[in-house]
Design a binder for this molecule. Structure first.
Ligand code: ZN
Length: 262
């Protein structure tokens, strides 16, 4: 059994990059135009993709393809409706300090997403530029305030999160674990999960605005070399030496032993 998790962000009308989520050209790189996003969903369904139930994944069963969405832009409602119409349940990670501000989801929208069967998790409170640079107190505050905010809105426990910017470190993980997060998604392109303390750590494959539906299918079902290409690019772009503690040792050991799994 293998879980392949895809990482989306916002879904926007043609050319309207700043309508949802964080503004600017760097963020726009991760936003899909609605027509392309619909084509992604339909191509994955046509290919017979088995979509994972996010609540089941949070419960520790890793099988199928899980669709996740970072940042908590207002277009989460659009993505949620498009998935619901196709019988797919996804997972939305919310920058809780932005809830209700221009371009971001509000509390009623989050409750509606949950009622549709999607899972709501944390993407930190303020989405720091580099969360791994924060000290232990600030890190704990980011996760705890975010989880508390979501729990108050949803009226249920929240124990799933994704790391903003993919800036994973041992201290980020330790603080997430201490804040009650039991499933933490990173931006490392891998299907292999690992565990630290009470927390399961799961990688994800990123989808960018330039990615065609065939790329989503290839990443979802493991066809061709799409997963391996992301893995190779990740390790070229992200120097492992800035990873600290067990995360670095884990990645290093895997590379040294040649056990690259994508
Ligand atoms: Zn983010």
């Amino acid at each position: 059994m293998t879980l392949a998790t895809l990482m989306y962000h916002d879904v926007v009308s043609a050319g309207r990059w700043d309508d949802s989520g964080f503004a600017g050209s760097a963020a726009a790189h991760y936003k899909l135009e609605t027509a392309n996003f619909i084509a992604h969903l339909d191509a994955m369904r046509a290919a017979g993709t088995t979509f994972a139930d996010p609540d089941t994944v949070a419960g520790g069963q890793y099988d199928g393809c899980l669709l996740t969405y970072d940042d908590g832009g207002a277009s989460a409602s659009v993505a949620g409706e498009l998935m619901k119409a196709r019988g797919i349940r996804g997972c939305f990670f919310i920058t809780t300090g932005r809830i209700g501000s221009a371009g971001f989801v509000d509390a009623p929208a989050l409750r509606a997403l949950r009622q549709q069967g999607h899972l709501i998790g944390s993407h930190s409170h303020t989405h720091p530029a580099n969360i791994s640079a924060l000290d232990a107190y600030a890190l704990h505050d980011e996760w705890r305030r975010s989880v508390d905010t979501l729990e108050q809105i949803l009226g249920e426990r929240v124990h799933t999160a994704s790391v903003p910017g993919g800036f994973m470190s041992a201290s980020v993980l330790r603080a997430a674990d201490a804040a009650g997060i039991r499933t933490l998604f990173t931006s490392e392109p891998t299907t292999r999960e690992w565990h630290s303390g009470s927390c399961a750590v799961l990688g994800r494959y990123a989808l960018l605005r330039s990615d065609a539906p065939a790329t989503a299918v290839a990443l979802a079902v493991g066809e061709g070399s799409a997963r391996l290409r992301q893995w190779a690019a990740w390790n070229v772009k992200k120097p492992l030496k800035r990873w600290a503690g067990p995360v670095y040792r884990f990645a290093r050991a895997r590379l040294l032993h040649g056990r690259v799994q994508t």
